[in-house]
Design a protein around this ligand. Structure first.
Ligand code: CA
Length: 756
C-alpha cells in the first residue's frame, strides 16, 4: 500500500509524540469483526494444537501438594493469590515496619510497552513467570532480572477492539513444569516452563462471531486448568472450561447463563436458571455472566468457585423484560472441581441493572462467627457490600457495606437479598448511582490477614449517571448491534447527561481501607488523591504495599495506616505487588503502567490531582525492591501535550452534536470523554489529521496492527467526518484554554445545548 506524503509525515509525528506503534501503542477503541476465512478456519480453531515440545523440565515443578502446603515455603509465590486460599498475605518479615525506610530498587525490567500492566507474577525456585500486554509471557531470573525466555502468542492487533478494557492480561499459572496462560483472542496455551516452547494450544471460544476475549489468569488444580472469558458488554454467553493440564483435552464446561431453550439445556441447572429470565428473546443478547477474573479452588469441599460477571445488556428492563433474578449473573457459583456439576450459588445482585460483576477476587478463610467455626469465602464485588459466605452451602453470613452505596439500603441477612433503593430507579429519569460500573471495588487485588480477620482493600466511591437508552424508551425496542457494546444505556447519551448534571456529580474518590468484614468497621481508611489505583499485598512484617494512580508505590503500617515508605515511579499503577524471598533476601515487586476499564480516565473536568499517566509516559516496567538496593531509577519522560491548531470550518452545531454522540458511542471508551485521553491510549487532540488520514485510520484500519482496527462495520464515511470534526472542535477549545484565550471551565464540553 502506498501512503501519501502527508500521511507519512503524520505517522512520523505520531511516533515523535511518543505514541509508539504496535505492542507499544496507538490503539483504539472497540472492535472490528475479524473476518473468518471460510468454515475451515473455525474448524481449525476448535482443534487442539500440540507440538513435539516435551513437558518434562526441572523448573516450574508446582503441584497440588506444593500449593496446599504453600505456607511451608513463604519465599515462593506459587499461585495467583499466593495460596489456594488466595489471601495474598505474605508471611515474610525481613522487610518490616522498622527497616522499610531502607527499601530501595534492586533492579527493573522494561516490558517494552506503554499499555496497561495487570499481571500477578508467579515465583518458584528462583524464576518469576508473568504476562504483559498483548498476552506476552516472560520467564525472568527473580534475583538478577535477566530474561530466561519469552513467548509471544502474536495476538492480531484487531482483537483490541473486542476487549472492553485495554489489551491486558492478569497472569499465568505454573503446574508440573508447564506455564499456562490465556491470550486476548481466546486461546489457552501450555508452555514448557524451562524453555518457553509451546506444548499445546486450544481455542476456548465456541462462537467466533461473538466478541469473546481472555484477560484473566488461569487457575490449576487436580490435573486441570480452568479458564473463563470476557465479553459481556458485547453480548457473549459466559462459561468456564476445565482442560486436562497434560493433554489440553476439554474435561468439562459450565455455562453461567442459559442459552436458547429451544435447543435444549446443557445440564439440569440451566433449566432452573432459564426460569429466572423473562421475555421472548433474552438469549439472543448472549446473557453475559462472563467469569473474567476470579476462579478459586477449595480443597476442603472439592469445590471450584466461579465469580460471575454482569448481564448483557446492563439494563434489566431490556435484558429480561418482566423481571427475574437472571441466574447466574453477579453470582458466586460453586461447582464440583472434577465434573463441573453445580453445587450451590449465592447471587450478590439479583436482576443486575448496573454492571455489578461478582468477578472480584475471592479469598477463603476459617473464621469464628457468632461462636461457630466456619469455613468462609470472602468477596468485595463491585456493588459495595462485603460478603462473607459459608463455603459448605453458600449461606450468607455477613454483607456489610465497604464504600458508599446508594442503589440499595442494605442486604437482608434472612433472605440473603439486597433491599433496593426505589429513589435510585432510573427507568423513568436519569439518576446518579453509587457505585457506578467501575465498582466500589474492581479486580485490583485485596489482601486478607487470616489471623486478625482484617482485609486490606482498594476501594472507591465512583458514580455513574444511569439512564435507559432513548431508543428503547421511545419505541420499546432495543436492537442488538453485533459490532459494539450493547449496554441498554448508550454512552453518547450518558456523557451528555453527565455534562448536563456535572454540578450534582459526586466527585470520585479512592481509598485504601483496613476493613473488618464481620463487623463492617474500618480500623483505618486513607483517601488516595485519585480513584483508579492498584492492588494490595500485606505482610507479616506489618506492612501493606500499594501502587497508585499518581505513580506512588507506598508501604503503609498495617495496624495504623501510617505511611512508612514511598517511591515515586512517575507511572500510574494497577497491578498488585507481590513479595518473595530467595537466598535469604526478601524482594517486593510491582508492575507499573495503568489502563484497564477506567472509561472516564479522560478527566472531563480538571481533576483534583492528575494521574501520572497524564504527565509522564505510561512505561510498562517491572520494579523489584530489596533492603539497601542500589539500582538507579531512570529519569521519567515528560509527556508532550501541546495541542496543535486544527482546521475547522463551517461545521454546524447540529453536526457537532451528532459527532459528539458518535464519538462517545464508539471512541470515548479508549480515547477518553470529551476527547481528553487518560494518557494510555492516544489523545486525538494532539495530532492534526487530515480528513483523508482520519478515514484511513478509522475506516481502512491502517493502524489495526497496533490495536486501532477498522470501524467500517459500525460507522459510515459521513459519520467518520462528524466524529473528526467533533474531535477538532474539542481540541480547538482546549488549545484556546491553554493559550489563556478562554478561561478554564469556560470551554465548550458539549454542543448539545446549542442551536444553529
Ligand atoms: Ca462489565
Amino acid at each position: 500500500m502506498l501512503y501519501s506524503k502527508s500521511l507519512k509525515k503524520e505517522l512520523e509525528l505520531i511516533k515523535k509524540l511518543g505514541l509508539q506503534m504496535k505492542n507499544k501503542i496507538f490503539y483504539f477503541g472497540l472492535i472490528s469483526i475479524l473476518t473468518v476465512v471460510g468454515c475451515s478456519e473455525s474448524e481449525k480453531d476448535q482443534a487442539l494444537e500440540k507440538t513435539a515440545a516435551s513437558g518434562s523440565t526441572t523448573i516450574g515443578q508446582i503441584n497440588d501438594q506444593r500449593i496446599l502446603a504453600a505456607e511451608s515455603e513463604p519465599g515462593n509465590w506459587l499461585s495467583h493469590g499466593r495460596t489456594y486460599e488466595e489471601n495474598r498475605f505474605s508471611p515474610l518479615t525481613q522487610i518490616n515496619k522498622e527497616n522499610v525506610s531502607q527499601l530501595s530498587l534492586a533492579w527493573y525490567k522494561d516490558m517494552g510497552t506503554n499499555r496497561a500492566q495487570e499481571s500477578t507474577p508467579i515465583v518458584v525456585d528462583g524464576i518469576m513467570f508473568l504476562t504483559s500486554s498483548w498476552s506476552k509471557v516472560f520467564a525472568i531470573d527473580a534475583v538478577s532480572g535477566e530474561t530466561v525466555w519469552s513467548f509471544d502468542p502474536e495476538v492480531p492487533g484487531e482483537v483490541a477492539r473486542k476487549s472492553c478494557c485495554d489489551v491486558v492480561n492478569r497472569g499465568v499459572a505454573v503446574y508440573d513444569g508447564k506455564v499456562y496462560f490465556g491470550s486476548l483472542d481466546g486461546r489457552l496455551f501450555a508452555l514448557n516452563a524451562e524453555n518457553g516452547e509451546k506444548v499445546w494450544e486450544v481455542n476456548t471460544i465456541e462462537d467466533s462471531d461473538r466478541f469473546y476475549t481472555i484477560t484473566g489468569a488461569p487457575r490449576v488444580a487436580k490435573g486441570k486448568v480452568f479458564i473463563g472469558n470476557g465479553g459481556a458488554e458485547f453480548g457473549v454467553r459466559g462459561y468456564v472450561t476445565a482442560y486436562d493440564t497434560e493433554t489440553g483435552e476439554q474435561v468439562w464446561r459450565f455455562y453461567t447463563v442459559p442459552g436458547d431453550p429451544s435447543l435444549g439445556f446443557e445440564d439440569p441447572i440451566m433449566e432452573v436458571a432459564a426460569g429466572t429470565w423473562k421475555g421472548s428473546n433474552w438469549w439472543e443478547f448472549g446473557g453475559g455472566g462472563t467469569v473474567w477474573n476470579s476462579i478459586v479452588y477449595d480443597a476442603d469441599f472439592n469445590n471450584l468457585y466461579l465469580g460471575v460477571g454482569n448481564g448483557s445488556p446492563w439494563t434489566r428492563e431490556i435484558r429480561s423484560p418482566g423481571g427475574g433474578d437472571n441466574l447466574f449473573l453477579s453470582s458466586i457459583v460453586a461447582v464440583d472441581v472434577d465434573t463441573g456439576v453445580y453445587k450451590w450459588h449465592y447471587q450478590t445482585t439479583p436482576g443486575d441493572n448496573w454492571d455489578f460483576t461478582a468477578v472480584q477476587d475471592m479469598a477463603l478463610a476459617d473464621m469464628n462467627i457468632d461462636g461457630v467455626d466456619r469455613k468462609v469465602l470472602l468477596q468485595a464485588p463491585k456493588n459495595g457490600f462485603f460478603y462473607v459466605i459459608d463455603r459448605q452451602d453458600g449461606k450468607l453470613l455477613r454483607a456489610n457495606p465497604f464504600a458508599t452505596v446508594t442503589w440499595a439500603s442494605h442486604v437482608d441477612l434472612e433472605t440473603g437479598r439486597p433491599v433496593e433503593n426505589p429513589d435510585m430507579d432510573y427507568s423513568e429519569e436519569a439518576k446518579w448511582v453509587l457505585p457506578g460500573p467501575l465498582g466500589a471495588h474492581n479486580w485490583q487485588a485485596m489482601s486478607v490477614d487470616a489471623k486478625s480477620g482484617m482485609v486490606y482493600l482498594p476501594a472507591q466511591d465512583n458514580p455513574l449517571i444511569y439512564s435507559l437508552a432513548d431508543e428503547y424508551k421511545k419505541t420499546g425496542i432495543y436492537k442488538r448491534n453485533p459490532g459494539r457494546a450493547n449496554l441498554g444505556l448508550e454512552f453518547g447519551r450518558i456523557t451528555q447527561l453527565f455534562l448536563d448534571n456535572i454540578d450534582d456529580w459526586p466527585t470520585p474518590k479512592g481509598y485504601l481501607k483496613a476493613f473488618n468484614p464481620l463487623t463492617g468497621e474500618e480500623s483505618w481508611s486513607i483517601e488516595i488523591p485519585h480513584y483508579w489505583n492498584g492492588g494490595v499485598v500485606a505482610t507479616e512484617g506489618g506492612l501493606v504495599f500499594q501502587g497508585d494512580a499518581l505513580g506512588m508505590f507506598t508501604a503503609y503500617d498495617k495496624d495504623s495506616g501510617e505511611q512508612l515508605w514511598q517511591f515515586n515511579t512517575y507511572t500510574s499503577m494497577l497491578a498488585p505487588p507481590i513479595t518473595y524471598m530467595i537466598d535469604g533476601i526478601q524482594y517486593v515487586s510491582i508492575l507499573t503502567g495503568t489502563g484497564g476499564g477506567d472509561l472516564f480516565s479522560g478527566e472531563p473536568l480538571d481533576p483534583v490531582q492528575k494521574p501520572a499517566s497524564l504527565n509522564y509516559n505510561n512505561s510498562g516496567r517491572l520494579l523489584v525492591f530489596k533492603l539497601n538496593g542500589t539500582e538507579e531509577y531512570p529519569q521519567p519522560n515528560l509527556r508532550i501535550r501541546d495541542i496543535p491548531e486544527q482546521l475547522l470550518t463551517n461545521v454546524s452545531n447540529s453536526d457537532m452534536k451528532k459527532g459528539e454522540i458518535l464519538y462517545h458511542d464508539f471512541c470515548a471508551g479508549c480515547h477518553g470523554l470529551v476527547a481528553r485521553s487518560g494518557g494510555v491510549i492516544p489523545d486525538l487532540r494532539l495530532v492534526a489529521h487530515t480528513d483523508d488520514t482520519f478515514e484511513l485510520i478509522v475506516l481502512d484500519g491502517i493502524l489495526s496492527s497496533n490495536g486501532m482496527s477498522s470501524f467500517s462495520d459500525v460507522v459510515t464515511k459521513e459519520e467518520t467526518k462528524l466524529i473528526h470534526n467533533y474531535v477538532r472542535g474539542r481540541a480547538e477549545q482546549d488549545r484556546l484554554v491553554a493559550l489563556g484565550e478562554i478561561a478554564s471551565g469556560e470551554e465548550r464540553l458539549t454542543w448539545q445545548d446549542l442551536d444553529d
